[in-house]
Write a protein that binds this ligand. Structure first.
Ligand code: HEM
Length: 494
């Protein structure tokens, strides 16, 4: 997902396909050229795509990718059908990927397939000059003054939701949090109009949009398959719903509307003074709803539970609960923007989840000009013009030379006196991207997840028990997000 980081979900299959090609190689075919003229990145040998699938399923994709990296080093190229993809792993070789000018290394060529999902007039359907302005509108809608308002809306939504849980029972955490994240995002983004009347329908169509991102979508975004047809119908219907909302909002509040993201987007102005059009506002609502209300925040919320409630991490759960107790002692039941900012322990617990389970597992760019990278081992490679370039976050955030015991869930690694991500230098932690296209919704996402877990940790003080075997298999099965779920059992205090 560039914005294409929506790729995240979509990129799972493409990533698997790429990696399967990689793993079939035997030895890296390093170029014989001298260091004077940088050679192209080593190229993986070709292999039938399905050949590796059994190994992939047996070992798990992360291990397979890690093996490929161990074998080939931090810069390597693989072929996917007609396309060569160069992988850059680690901060040393990633600065151009994240910092380079759009004219030199761009998201456009690798993100066109998102246009049917996001719709016209937004993201990769607009030019280089317009897009950053539109992303600035998101940024403006995420400034602290706005976040203060959203915090109140989020807390209300979350409290109402958990009040419906009752005192005891078992819940499907993944399903519950998916639903809750959509409710929270909707309340902050769309306002009462959507929430009150058609939330169920909007949530269904957003899911259909998300599901319409397949491997085949990246190569053939308009192929007439059922998932694409559902996507197109969903996008058309969302367009109608949101257009209605935008026009009625404009009619009802000609001067000053409610304090939500919809109003921010309506009020936004381009540098030349032009107002946003209805089509653009609708497109931006779809983009923000997909970012804020779907996979990224809901998978992170669920992973936070899976990690914190695993027996091996009970000390971190205790630390997070103790922090809640301190916060309650200081502020009573008040949970707002300022109070949430004080929850450093919970923040680090979520940040560590994102390091280990980044929803955006792979970011892509297109090299419009060739560029050179130098590895930690002092090898230099020239990535040629025209090449697709990938930053696999799924590896990048687990490097042994940046993170101590990187496979361990260890939120304190970001704490005072350690700061491993800072010590590792720029682009050591990239769950939210970095540099020129860093995520503009990071603060919103943290707030959303912290509001949810603040409520759950406080319920948890009643007593939470978790089926750890379910959590373990969930944790082991990153790619089966849709199928394996941990279950909570909430029971009354003794
Ligand atoms: C846990 C939640 C989230 C994660 C892990 C996440 C991750 C990312 C990443 C990795 C990128 C960089 C993409 C690239 O370089 O190609 C990105 C960009 C972006 N994100 Fe997020 N994101 C999250 C939530 C949000 C939310 C809530 C919003 C807004 C409502 C948002 C809006 C954006 C936008 C507009 C960009 C594009 C920025 C640009 O290209 O200049 N994200 N996000």
């Amino acid at each position: 997902m560039e914005l294409a980081t929506v790729l995240w979900v979509a990129c799972v299959p493409i990533f698997l396909a790429i990696v399967s090609t990689m793993m079939a190689r035997r030895r890296p075919m390093l170029s014989q050229t001298t260091k004077l003229s940088p050679s192209p990145p080593p190229m993986a040998a070709e292999a039938p795509l399905l050949g590796i699938l059994p190994v992939l399923l047996a070992k798990g994709p992360l291990q397979v990718i890690r093996d490929a990296h161990t074998e080939m080093g931090s810069v390597f190229t693989v072929r996917l059908l007609h396309r060569k993809v160069t992988f850059l792993v680690g901060p040393d070789v990633s600065s151009h990927f994240y910092q380079g000018l759009d004219l030199e290394i761009s998201q456009d060529e690798v993100s066109q397939f998102t246009i049917p999902t996001f719709g016209p007039g937004v993201a990769f359907d607009v030019d280089f000059a317009t897009r950053p302005e539109q992303f600035r509108f998101f940024g403006d809608a995420m400034k602290p003054a706005k976040l203060r308002t959203y915090a109140g809306l989020m807390v209300r939504e979350v409290e109402e939701y958990f009040a419906r849980w009752g005192q005891s029972g078992t819940v499907d955490l993944k399903q519950e949090l998916e639903h809750l994240v959509t409710l929270v995002a909707s309340r902050c983004l769309f306002g009462e109009e959507v929430r009150a009347k058609m939330l169920g329908e909007v949530a269904t169509h957003l899911r259909e949009l998300n599901d319409g991102m397949r491997l085949v979508t990246i190569l053939f975004p308009h192929l007439p398959i059922p998932a694409h047809r559902r996507r197109d119908r969903a996008r058309a219907r969302l367009g109608e719903i949101f257009s209605g909302v935008v026009s009625s909002r404009k009619a009802s509040y000609p001067d000053c509307g409610p304090d939500d993201m919809l109003q921010c987007l309506i009020d936004s102005r381009y540098k030349d003074g032009r107002a946003t059009t209805e089509t653009e506002v609708v497109g931006m609502l779809v983009v923000s709803a997909l970012f804020a209300g779907q996979h990224t925040s809901s998978s992170t919320s669920t992973w936070t539970g899976a990690r914190l409630l695993a027996r091996a991490n009970s000390e971190h759960l205790r630390a997070a609960v103790r922090e809640q107790e301190r916060v309650v002692a200081r502020h009573g039941d008040r949970v707002d923007y300022e109070v949430l900012q004080e929850m450093d322990t919970l923040h680090r617990c979520v940040k560590e989840v994102l390091r280990l389970h980044p929803p955006a597992m792979l970011l892509l760019r297109h090299a419009r000009r060739s560029f050179t990278v130098r590895t930690r081992e002092d090898d230099e490679y020239e990535v040629p013009e025209g090449r697709t370039v990938a930053s696999p976050l799924v590896l990048h955030n687990r490097l042994l030379y940046v993170y101590m015991d990187p496979e361990r869930y260890e939120p304190d690694r970001f704490g005072p006196g350690r700061g491993e991500d800072v010590a590792g230098g720029a682009f050591s932690y990239t769950a939210f991207g970095g540099g020129r296209h860093a995520c503009v919704g990071e603060a919103f996402a943290y707030m959303q997840i912290k509001v949810i877990w603040t409520a759950l940790l406080n319920i948890s003080r009643l007593r939470v028990s978790v089926d750890c075997s379910a959590v373990r298999s969930y944790a082991a099965c990153r790619f089966a997000l849709g199928r394996i779920v941990p279950h909570f059992g909430l029971s009354k205090p003794h």
